[in-house]
Design a protein around this ligand. Structure first.
Ligand code: CO8
Length: 260
């Protein structure tokens, strides 16, 4: 099975579209995250690029979230390296100077939802078979504090509390109702709607928008920046526990069974 192809992007009229293409489900592996961040850095440095739309070139799935195989049966060193890459993706996306829009053209659980929430605006396909949310507790794992902070910043404290504790996955219309996504449109209009929405974001002078974004997000970003190493240690000691590895194995088996 082809695990990794990559994320590629094109810039026209100041807007880049990044297509995630890592079959079958755009799971966020170490290689994928590394490539994703390299792309992002290039776009960030490209003065002609003011906006970024992130979408998926895989059918039915925006991103299946973190690649469970990177956390299952791996050495503490590997888990640490992987977690640093997850942090890096979040830090770069959440602090991006570009106006960012997630064009969510498929399911977006866990890390996929996190990635969507780092954007300034979210548009999701209206297919009721797609879902989005932080379902970590359903896997027997715990979303770290910066996942929690990101969802609180998106939907508010009470809704985030219930969604996180129950590990809820929302249909597009439910997600719209709680503000987890900002717009729901027919599947074939997700990207064009994102392009239209981008016009509104880019009509605002860049410096004013960027400074305001930073005002809103900096306290949340600073919390992780100042405790990155401790967060990695926490993750590694948690994920390598026998009981957690067992939960992951049970979940993986469930995924395979569901398929068959
Ligand atoms: N990682 C690795 N492999 C995956 C993942 C994943 N996240 N998701 C799916 N796969 C695999 C499946 O096992 C299957 O493999 P195979 O072909 O070998 O049987 C293949 O991808 C295709 O999957 P499906 O047949 O299920 O594809 P569908 O199109 O039917 O469904 C979904 C797509 C909806 C995305 C579905 O695959 C799904 O629900 N996946 C699981 C999503 C999930 O729960 N992800 C959580 C990951 S954990 C995370 O992101 C945050 C962790 C925070 C860590 C905190 C610890 C302290």
């Amino acid at each position: 099975r082809q695990v990794y192809v990559g994320a590629f992007s094109s810039v026209s009229t100041g807007v880049a579209v990044m297509y995630m293409q890592s079959p079958p489900v755009n799971s966020l592996s170490l290689d994928f995250l590394t490539e994703f961040c390299i792309n992002l850095e290039k776009l960030e440095m490209d003065k002609s690029c003011r906006g970024l739309i992130v979408t998926s070139s895989q059918p039915k799935v925006f991103s299946a979230g973190l690649d469970i195989m990177e956390m299952y049966g791996k050495s503490p060193e590997h888990c640490g390296e992987f977690w640093r890459a997850v942090q890096e993706m979040w830090l770069k996306m959440y602090s991006s100077n570009m106006a960012t829009i997630a064009a969510i053209n498929g399911s977006s659980p866990a890390g996929g939802c996190l990635m969507s929430m780092t954007c300034d605006y979210r548009i999701m396909a209206d297919n009721p078979r797609y879902s989005i949310g932080l379902n970590e507790t359903q896997l027997g794992i715990v979303a770290p504090f910066w996942f929690k902070d990101t969802i609180i910043n998106t939907v508010g404290h009470r809704t985030a509390e219930m969604a996180l504790e129950l590990g809820l996955l929302f249909s597009p219309s439910e997600a719209l109702k709680i503000g987890l996504v900002d717009q729901v449109v027919p599947e074939d209009q997700v990207l064009t709607t994102a392009t239209q929405a981008m016009t509104k974001w880019l009509a605002v002078p860049d410096h004013a928008r960027q400074i305001t974004k930073s005002l809103m997000r900096k306290p949340t970003l600073d919390k992780l920046t100042s405790s990155r190493e401790a967060d990695i240690q926490n993750f590694v000691s948690f994920i390598t526990k026998d009981s957690i590895q067992k939960s992951l194995r049970v979940y993986l088996e469930m995924l395979k069974k569901r398929k068959g």
